[in-house]
Design a protein around this ligand. Structure first.
Ligand SMILES: Nc1ncnc2c1ncn2[C@@H]1O[C@H](COP(=O)(O)OP(=O)(O)OP(=O)(O)O)[C@@H](O)[C@H]1O
Ligand SMILES: [Mg+2]
Length: 248
């Protein structure tokens, strides 16, 4: 038995919107320093799973442990401490359009720390350098390419040095070369900063490059969790189809 403990432990998680059940009871462990990819057809509940883990929507039933603590039993202040150790990049990026990239990265620092301006400035510049955007820090989001916007969102999500980063469709809408360089950046962050990633993606090439583990969702259930090699041999028809043609 491995002695490595999961960073996130999800048990019997049921997610609903009103009367509509989206996730019917998901049980899965997310291991540290790994890239876990959530896979499944459009509308199967991938984003819903991320949002329920982070309590953007309260799960209907089940438990979610981060670092061995059930976050569903925490009050807002306690859960805030957990959130500070995580970063989230939503589908679509969600940078504020009226302020510069530099100011966008400063938001989490202004909101969650009392650092003085000089130190904050240093941190912002380090994060922008990490994602290769030092030269563009004073630009507005609209003045950047799609790939640069994703990298800017990544710099903002990294502002508080998260241990776990959630990333919803990082390479969607990017050309293959830009996708590849974003994946290379994710792999560098994992290796150099020992980070844990939970990533939703549909891009087969990207999955081959980055995935340590795959979670496959279908009709509200988790049909598979394991390595890419195991996924390819699992004999699950919906997943086989995806690995053969790259779409559902
Ligand atoms: N806020 C909401 N209120 C009601 N229903 C919702 C809400 N958000 C999502 N849904 C529904 O829940 C289901 C799962 O949505 P979700 O966004 O989790 O899918 P997804 O797997 O992330 O899809 P995609 O690959 O298209 O991003 C869909 O049927 C969607 O219509
Ligand atoms: Mg989604």
């Amino acid at each position: 038995m491995s002695s490595i403990k999961p960073v996130i432990r999800i048990k019997d998680l049921v997610a609903k919107y009103g009367d509509l059940t989206i996730l019917k009871g998901i049980t899965v462990d997310i291991m540290p320093h790994e890239i876990t990819v959530i896979l499944g057809s459009s509308g199967c509940g991938k984003t819903t799973l991320l949002k329920n883990m982070l309590r953007l929507y309260e799960p209907f039933a089940g438990s979610v442990h981060f670092w061995d603590e059930n976050v569903l039993e925490m009050n807002e202040k306690e859960f805030d401490e957990v959130l500070k150790k995580t970063g989230m990049l939503f589908q679509g990026g969600a940078l504020l359009n009226s302020i510069s990239i530099y100011d966008n990265v400063s938001i989490p620092l202004e909101m969650h720390t009392n650092l003085d301006k000089d130190l904050m400035d240093k941190i912002i510049k380090v994060k922008l350098k990490l994602v290769g955007l030092s030269h563009a820090m004073h630009k507005l989001p609209a003045e950047l390419s799609g790939g640069m916007r994703k990298r800017a969102s990544l710099a903002r999500a990294m502002a508080l040095d998260p241990e776990i980063l959630f990333f919803d469709e990082p390479t969607a809408g990017l050309d293959p070369i830009t996708s590849e360089s974003l994946d290379a950046l994710i792999l560098t962050l994992k290796k150099q900063l020992n980070m844990t990633f939970v990533i939703v993606t549909h891009e087969l090439a990207s999955i081959h490059r980055i995935a340590d583990k795959i979670i496959f969702l279908d009709s509200g259930e988790m049909l598979f969790c394991g390595t890419l090699k195991e996924a390819e041999k699992a004999g699950i028809p919906q997943m086989d189809r995806f690995f053969k043609v790259g779409k559902f």
